[in-house]
Write a protein that binds this ligand. Structure first.
Ligand code: NMX
Ligand code: MLT
Length: 435
């Protein structure tokens, strides 16, 4: 058994027994109440699942196994000569709740490299699609085509014991994570660079090699990718993509089917697609205002006009957060350190000064602050990755780390098929009649 899998097995066995006992002894303890507003507005705040890998605080933002993003930047191993954390380290932490050593992350980079093989039919499936198919659609179809490789599905068909679900899930998760940069880079090159693909550089780490295969060279872009793929990895279990993966996997549908479903959630403009919408918004405002250096007054008027036309301001607001997203701040810090004189980045910063007051003045927006998607596009443009239709694929590659670590836990802990209760509006009207 590999060292990561062995650690996971030992830790998950202990927790599985603890949770089993808790369910038996304390199963009737109430963990919250649900009011009608929560039923009518997307179940905000309803505690309804266990998610080991990260937890979101409305004010502090995300903590991965208890560590904030600034703490992770201090603690996680980096590549020699680079200052940003390696996503391999975050995966290790999320999976086994331990900060890995340099040797551990090097082992994981090598292990993913060994598993990165893409079957020939995946490129055939992609080549059958029109080149202008949205990159998220291509990404999803490529992931589904990889389902032929599922160890879980094969072993289930052979009669696998439920005690072994975690093992097959671990193998599928490791294999899928290993393959994602290759299929994601393949999609980018076929969509935007005439199908001129770039061979992987196996001496690089997972994120560095992805940056290389995208065709954007330079140490700073590799560094950005390490940061980007770390900070987008997980946002507890209730966000739409993670929850979709959790729901699908609870049916014992394999990791490939489950992750593909999650990516379809991520492809929605209120969720991950917001990163493409933000850059589109910035490009359109530059076009309409006729300048790439708009004043704050011009920006405010443009934001107001957008709201008046019944649209949201992409990159602003959040279902849980009530402060500027620490992932936005991490990207802002990166831009302050590495990027000089970018009009796009300056617009992002000026919008940060202008938008919150305007959203606040509407009197209905719960969180007027920027989220993770408000910043990423402007930095990517600076390095030459200007095709914004691709941005959500980058988010998706990162999100695999969190949701697949969490899914491995779900199978080890033997979580049940998810099946909440729905009611009709007639039922609600009757229920609240005498209140
Ligand atoms: N621009 C305009 N209106 C907004 C915004 C915004 N950025 N954010 C919230 N509102 C409106 C919202 O549409 C709703 O209006 P109505 O009652 O007329 O339907 C009202 O404010 C109350 O919504 P909230 O309770 O503040 O937000 P909710 O939890 O329902 O939704 C988002 C959260 C993220 C869907 C919402 O803030 C939004 O649409 N933001 C823009 C899209 C975006 O940036 N999404 C990315 C989120 C992060 N991610 O990567 O997933
Ligand atoms: C995410 O990273 O998934 C988003 O911020 C959305 C969320 O947490 O609901």
């Amino acid at each position: 058994m590999d060292p990561l899998k062995k650690k996971f097995f030992e830790k998950s066995q202990v927790l599985m027994k603890e949770l089993k006992a808790l369910r038996k002894e304390k199963g009737d303890v109430k963990v919250g109440e649900v009011n009608l507003k929560q039923v009518l507005t997307g179940m905000r705040g309803v505690k309804s699942m266990v998610w080991e890998t990260s937890q979101l605080d409305p004010i502090e933002g995300i903590r991965f196994r208890g560590y904030s993003i600034p703490q992770l930047k201090e603690l996680l191993p980096t590549r020699k000569g680079d200052s940003q954390p390696l996503p391999e380290g975050l995966f290790w932490l999320m999976l086994v709740d331990e900060i890995p050593s340099q040797k551990d992350v090097e082992w994981l980079s090598d292990e993913w490299e060994k598993r990165a093989y893409i079957p020939a039919h995946t490129s055939k499936v992609l080549e059958a699609l029109p080149e202008d198919t949205h990159p998220m659609t291509q990404f999803n179809i490529a992931i589904m085509s990889l389902q032929t490789e599922s160890i879980f599905a094969k072993r289930y068909a052979e009669g696998m014991s439920k005690n072994d679900y975690w093992d097959a899930s671990y193998e599928d998760s490791m294999n899928l994570i290993a393959k994602l940069p290759r299929i994601a880079a393949y999609i980018y090159r076929r969509s935007f660079h005439g199908g001129k693909h770039i061979e992987p550089d196996t001496s690089l780490d997972w994120a560095g090699n992805y940056a290389h295969m995208l065709g954007i060279e330079g140490a700073d872009f590799k560094s950005l990718m390490r940061l980007y793929l770390t900070i987008h990895a997980d946002h507890e279990g209730g966000n739409a993509s993670a929850h979709t993966v959790h729901l699908i996997n609870s049916t014992l549908s394999d990791v490939y089917n489950s992750f593909a479903g999650g990516m379809n959630s991520l492809a929605g403009p209120l969720h991950g697609l917001a990163n493409q919408e933000v850059l589109k918004f910035i490009l359109e405002l530059i076009e309409e205002l006729g300048t790439s250096k708009p004043t704050k007054e011009q920006l405010a008027a443009y934001v107001q006009k957008t709201l008046d036309s019944g649209k949201v301001i992409p990159g602003y607001g959040h279902a849980v957060l009530r402060q500027p997203d620490p992932r936005f701040i991490a990207q802002k810090k990166f831009a302050e350190e590495f990027i000089e004189n970018s009009d796009h980045v300056q617009i992002v910063w000026d919008l940060f000064d202008v938008v919150p007051d305007i959203l606040d003045s509407l009197g209905k927006v719960a969180n007027p602050w920027p989220n993770v998607d408000a910043h990423s596009g402007a930095i990517l443009v600076h390095y030459g990755l200007s095709e914004y239709q691709y941005y959500t694929v980058l988010f998706g590659v990162s999100r695999a780390l969190g949701v697949l670590a969490a899914t491995t836990w779900s199978r080890a802990l033997g979580f049940s098929l998810e099946r909440p209760k729905s009611v009709t509006s007639e039922w609600i009207k009757e229920f609240v009649k005498n209140d």
